[in-house]
Design a protein around this ligand. Sequence first.
Ligand SMILES: NC(=O)c1ccc[n+]([C@@H]2O[C@H](COP(=O)([O-])OP(=O)(O)OC[C@H]3O[C@@H](n4cnc5c(N)ncnc54)[C@H](O)[C@@H]3O)[C@@H](O)[C@H]2O)c1
Length: 130
Amino acid sequence: MDLFRLDGNAALVTGASRGLGHALAIALAEAGADILAVDIGELDHVAKEVLARGVHCATRTADLSNLTPDTAAELISWAKAEFPHPTILVNNAGIIRRGPAIETTPSDWSAVLDLNLTTPFLLSSSQERV
Ligand SMILES: NC(=O)c1ccc[n+]([C@@H]2O[C@H](COP(=O)([O-])OP(=O)(O)OC[C@H]3O[C@@H](n4cnc5c(N)ncnc54)[C@H](O)[C@@H]3O)[C@@H](O)[C@H]2O)c1
């Protein structure tokens, strides 16, 4: 398992409050990475669980929909200010609007594409690189 150690790295995980993002944040912490946990929801429990793994954790409550290039760059700047070595970006935050296609509204469509596609694009392509 030493081949997979991430000591000295930091990982920004979006949607880290629950589900896959939460599991990824804990797994990355167990591998030695410091964690930058971002979510629209509560993150105190994530900080506690990450710190219990002997690494550092920074949390930020943020709605990642409707990001712009500027707000994406600001988020990456925050990550770099918290830890000097953020090398991992996990674009996990996402939503599903489950239902028959005929009942899917343009607003549902936009909300899903915005968070699931545009946000990862903006964070991944920010000039303020992780
Ligand atoms: N679980 C699956 O089977 C599955 C399958 C395919 C893809 N995915 C994708 O994997 C990702 C995680 O899935 P999951 O099942 O853990 O989802 P989940 O709904 O359990 O967790 C999503 C997390 O994202 C956060 N989030 C939602 N909207 C946000 C916003 N606007 N800003 C910031 N954070 C926000 C939520 O608070 C939550 O913590 C999603 O992108 C999902 O679409 C999941």
